[in-house]
Ligand binder design. Sequence first.
Ligand code: MSK
Length: 634
Amino acid sequence: MSKPTGNGVNDKLIAIAKENNITTVWDRFMLQEPHCGFGTLGICCKICNLGPCRIDPFGEGAQVGTCGADADTISARNLARNTAGGASCHSDHGRDLALTLLELGRGKAKDYFIKDPVKLRKLAIEFGLKIDGKDDLKIAEELGERILREYGQQEGELTLIKRAPKKQIDTWKKMNVYPKGIDIEVVETMARTHVGVDNEYKHIIECAVRTSLVDGWGGSMIATDLSDILFGSPKPIRAEVNLGVLKEDEVNVLVHGHEPTLSDIIVTASQDKELIELAKTNGAKGINLAGICCTAAEILMRHGLPMAGNFLQQELAIVTGAVEAMVVDIQCIMPSLPDVAKNYHTKLISTSPKAKFKGIEHIEFHEKEALSIAKNILRQAIENYKNRSSKKVNIPKEKMTIVAGFTMENIFHNLGGTFRGTYRPLNDAIISGRIRGVAGVVGCDNPKNESSMCHIDMVKHLVKNDVLVVQTGCSAGACGQAGLLTPEAAFRYAGDGLKEICETVGIPPVLHTGSCVDNTRILTACCEMVKEGGIGNSIDELPVAGAAPEWMSEKAIAIGWYFVASGIYVVLGTPLRVLGSKNVTNYICDEIESTLGGKWAFEGDPIKAAQLMVEHIDKKRKALKLNSLMYAAA
Ligand code: MSK
């Protein structure tokens, strides 16, 4: 059914799946084709029971739904609701980490520790707490309470949004999109997009913008900072990616999802001598822990553990026949996993109180008994090793070394040298034209594209044109598999200016900065670039751009929006579902730039999309009078 994906590893495993009558995401995708045109254009409305209604895009049939809502209202409402979905997912992730911090502070989460006490204290001060004379646990308790209050607050402003440059804050206030609290904005978006409430498309888009700010400068930023405090701030680290990281003679355990609360404790449990001994008595040489999706990014950034695969590879990991357990929590977990796993010995274990799956054993995870739950899960995986059938094992050989673990704080310790933690060298490299600008290339992989090739082609074009690339999530995994995340990649792929910087500093031309919530590291890096001076007084003036070439989740919409709202040009590989409304499309892809400084663009060809980003960066360089590049660009 499905056509080749363009990725050798995936194609081999898809062929094995096919031989065994196992369907994968690519087969199911083909069964959905042709996709519903009304849905694709964003002009189908299922919000109330007068419908479902749809607008005829050819102008012949209905131009309004039963209630009278037109294409502008319907597509704007759909977009705002998608944004609220994404923002709520990230913000909930941040809330859970605040609860873990609170439990730790109250002495109820004894298996967790404050791994970055300096960051704890800095964040506590930022949230207005007095820390003198208080120990880490007391500060953790007070900070947890303070952050949770911000989720529920009905008036006031977010604390971390004050990190943004003044111009961005002034713009948000003027445009009436400055958020009051976290939960309230998500709820208000849902309320305002109910039938018969908010109907004017620009006013509805305001909701999307405000709700996305709650994600980027609220919930996600909280999640990143608290993860660093609880699990350690990442440092550049070597690791391996791709399904070849699975081991034939070890118990393979995959953690999959997003929240590091469980995966990090499983890392601790996997080093337990008794469990390693148990693995040996069961015939394995040890326990091999690896990850899928953003959970992989969390343990990779902090422990150098391998990333077995991206979103699209989660089923294929099981098809290798070598996975004893896949432990899932929340977000990006395909409900199809049990159908694949029933053909193998793989044990699927769901763990989040928020997410259960038909046909998956549920071992509920609670912070209070974290280590003992993690050990129990690993014990089950080890016991399952004997059930592996060697005839079914097909571990691909392909794996690639990467360097990951870059953060807002450490990137420029690297660029500035050990004793100069400053963004000056980056800004100077941009001013001198060695580096043309910076691009964030992030987001999911999608069967609409050849497996991950859009990420890889786009990033190669950008680095060839001296654009330093920062990445997160599955996009970073894809480029890692293609060998772009090593210092050596600079010699092979980067333009002369970028190559010179990478060579001098010893960094890759493509920097892995973490998971989906860690896109906020890119926001804070932009703030630091502005503060350092010389390349713009606000984020919208910086020579930077963003892209999600294969986006699929609502979280990607929320992320894209908070970058656009923060003044950044964002290119998507497939359009937001708004094309059925010329007004909404024109507003978000053009007009909105005059207020927010950022805007959306849609371009399916990754090279053309990268070129749009390069042109945008050049436009910003010109406005800053940084006209010449140090070397002629490729
Ligand atoms: S995991 S949201 S598929 S990046 Fe964060 Fe990957 Fe996209 Fe999920």
